[in-house]
Design a protein around this ligand. Structure first.
Ligand SMILES: Cc1cc2nc3c(=O)[nH]c(=O)nc-3n(C[C@H](O)[C@H](O)[C@H](O)COP(=O)(O)OP(=O)(O)OC[C@H]3O[C@@H](n4cnc5c(N)ncnc54)[C@H](O)[C@@H]3O)c2cc1C
Length: 394
């Protein structure tokens, strides 16, 4: 998702680009364009609009007008509203597969982009002038030379490892179960983030299902040890447990689609650049899905990297790569702190902390300035704004 987005952001650069991807677009094993949905922040919408992608996305995504935050078993609740922030929506929910279709259509219309798939990178060698990759695919191996290599190969990045960039990993001992659930009541464009003792539970509003029923994309964080028991339940028992956790704000939960599970960890590359290699997206930062920040952060990597490439070219990236890395580190650290604090603060049942949390949520609800700060972080409108983030095309 992130590598393809970067190539699309560079569509007017005239630069010769090769995308190397391990799975075919529609493969069931494709890890980016799977059954998940993504909550795009308002800031990401601006980036995608400046990349001329928004018209394709707008009719296929669901706006989030309100974010409702609550803590199961406690009174505190806060609501972030689009009208208070003077925006038409705080964010948008789109299915990953649809995002894949939009990106694929763009790439196919770009004559200077070669998409090599299914193919993998098995070796990387760098010299002062070039990066040489060994690419393996069905009909054998060949070598490819480039001025710049962007590793967008996910949290387990092989490229990051091959070029000797270390990474830190901290396991949350939690997993996220995702499923699309049909609802009795309309979601009215509200996204729910409910903190429970096992971790956060999100209901993201989706467009109507094929059966014309309202639906939500559910991201349910559970303790790692509960994985097997929850995944083994039949649909009715699963919905019953989910209903018990979430309550009846959306009426009865009527039907569930396929369930998938993701182990959750915080991963951080110790360097974002090394000679002629840049790591972006999950290869640079793997996050907990609480408050849906991962892809939004990655799109900000894409926005700044595309701007630097367009401005300075790739023949001598040493001139600008450190500046890029410094700016992106700041944003990354801020998002790490935000998500990690939320996970740790809200997955703790220590009584005084739970009461302080409830009081904190009530306080946020009463103080517009605090709500505004929280909304700005959720909308991805923080830090130094690149051109695309400001809605200006490259
Ligand atoms: C449950 C869950 C919910 C989420 N919800 C949100 C949300 O609401 N909002 C949000 O902003 N973010 C969300 N995220 C985060 C988001 O999914 C990720 O940030 C995003 O998928 C990262 O994309 P990526 O392209 O960097 O990595 P990946 O999606 O992992 O893609 C990596 C790609 O590299 C390919 N690849 C790997 N190795 C090689 C190789 N050696 N050679 C060639 N190709 C290779 C893979 O096949 C894959 O296509 C969520 C994450 C989870 C787990």
């Amino acid at each position: 998702m992130v590598g393809a987005s970067l190539a699309v952001a560079l569509k007017d650069s005239g630069m010769s680009i090769a995308i190397i991807e391990a799975f075919a677009w529609k493969s069931q094993q494709q890890p980016s364009f799977d059954d998940r949905s993504i909550a795009l922040s308002y800031g990401s919408k601006k980036i995608l609009a400046a990349m001329s992608l928004w018209p394709e996305i707008a009719s296929r995504c669901q706006a989030i007008k309100t974010i409702h935050v609550s803590d199961k078993g406690y009174l505190g609740v806060t609501r972030l509203r689009h009208d208070e922030e003077n925006v038409e929506a705080l964010g948008y929910v789109i299915e990953n597969r649809i995002m894949g279709e939009v990106l694929q259509a763009q790439l196919q219309s770009m004559p200077h982009v070669d998409v090599l798939m299914p193919a993998t990178v098995s070796e990387v060698n760098q010299s002062a002038e070039t990066v040489t990759l060994t690419v393996d695919h069905d009909s054998g191996s060949y070598q490819l030379q480039a001025s710049l290599l962007v590793a967008a190969d996910g949290a387990m990045s092989r490229v990051r490892e091959m070029v000797g960039i270390a990474h830190r990993k901290s396991d949350y001992q939690q997993s996220a179960v995702i499923a699309n659930v049909s609802l009795e009541k309309n979601h009215d464009s509200v996204a729910y983030e409910r903190f429970t003792e096992s971790g956060p539970l999100a209901f993201l509003p989706m467009t109507m299902g094929a059966d014309n029923k309202p639906r939500c994309s559910v991201v349910w964080t559970i303790k790692r040890e509960d994985e097997a028991s929850l995944m083994q339940l039949d649909d009715a028992a699963f919905l019953q447990q989910l209903q018990q956790r979430f309550g009846y704000r959306l009426g009865r939960l009527v039907k569930t689609g396929v369930r998938n599970i993701y182990p959750l960890a915080l991963t951080e590359a110790e360097q974002l650049v090394k000679d002629r290699v840049v790591v972006i997206g999950n290869a640079a930062h793997g996050l907990h899905p609480v408050s849906g920040q991962g892809f939004n952060l990655a799109l900000r990597d894409v926005a700044l990297l595309a701007e630097k490439i367009q401005q300075h070219g790739v023949s001598n990236p040493a001139r600008w790569l450190n500046d890029y890395a410094m700016l992106r580190q700041k944003d990354m650290k801020r998002v790490f702190r935000f998500t990690d604090t939320l996970v740790k603060l809200f997955s703790n049942n220590f009584m005084p902390l739970a009461h302080a949390r409830a009081a904190g949520l009530m306080m946020v609800d009463c103080l517009p300035s605090l709500r505004h700060l929280l909304a700005k972080q959720s909308m991805g409108l923080v830090g130094k704004m690149s051109r695309l983030m400001r809605g200006v095309s490259l």
